[in-house]
Design a protein around this ligand. Sequence first.
Ligand SMILES: [Zn+2]
Length: 343
Amino acid sequence: MRVCGQLYPFSSSASYEVDALLDNGQIHISYDLNRAVRCSLDSLSLATPIPGVATQATFPSGERFVPHSADFVWPAHTKRKSIAKLERHYVMIFSALLLTPLLICALLFKVVPSTAVWLVDYVPESMVDTMGQQSMYLIEENFLSPSELPPETQNQIHLIWDEALAAVALSKERYQLDIYASEHFGANAFALPHGQIVITDDLIEALQDNPNAIRAVFLHEIGHVEGKHSIRLAAQAFAGTIAISFIFGDMEGILELIIGSGNLIMGAQFSQKMEWEADEFALQRLARLGHSSADFADALKRLKTLSETRKSTSEKDATWLEYLSTHPSLDERIKHAQTYQVN
Ligand SMILES: [Zn+2]
């Protein structure tokens, strides 16, 4: 086979219009009247093939040969021919443009979360403790102050807590309840990964006439700890960062931006699911203990009313409550709790 192209001799600025002869696994090129170069095709070093660009071959002795036709495929690259075809196919190009972001999305929203769930089982207990204690330290420093409730009320709440723990057979060593006043959180309760549950004065006051509702809230918070939800969030942020760094290589500027917003979106999506999981935990335990699931529905309903009144009275510190009241799933969760049946 003859392939016409340009030959560039080693360490020379000259170039020659030549015909390369490919035969029996060898390549032979005569140039400049009486000079020639020859070697086996296997010993040529070939440039990376790029669609639409002729692939340059370099001889072991340094000469370079560039075929004129971009369509010429070196025998060593014949396997790539099908790929090259795909690379030129418009449908393929558009599908790739469409599929790449879809795959990235799938990676971030499906693979990363499931990796995080898997990763959670391998996080050592000591790390969970450190994470929980550090978060609690920051929250306490910034948003919490000592409870202003009378000691009798606080004792009552601790009694409900002890009963709830005993009823679901969880140890007092692993779980701890703390009561705080908090301007920032308003009527709220939250769980830290190492088993510390915080309930605010405002929430206790809102639910004081219904201890069953308080028990339901405790069970919901315990559900977050048992489901390792905060660890899952942290693991997800971690896996997400790795995935994004992997996809974008060194694009640090864009990277930070995407990591921030990406995790934020994923986090929000994640916590919806977690709320449902924690609800399920609480409702199941309530049913098992012979309590009504309406207790939990009542707690949620009061949180909702509270958030609505508080929103209309104070505009400045309504971020958290706004989240609760605009959260479409709160209504769904109330309905779910009201109609809950153990399967
Ligand atoms: Zn929750």
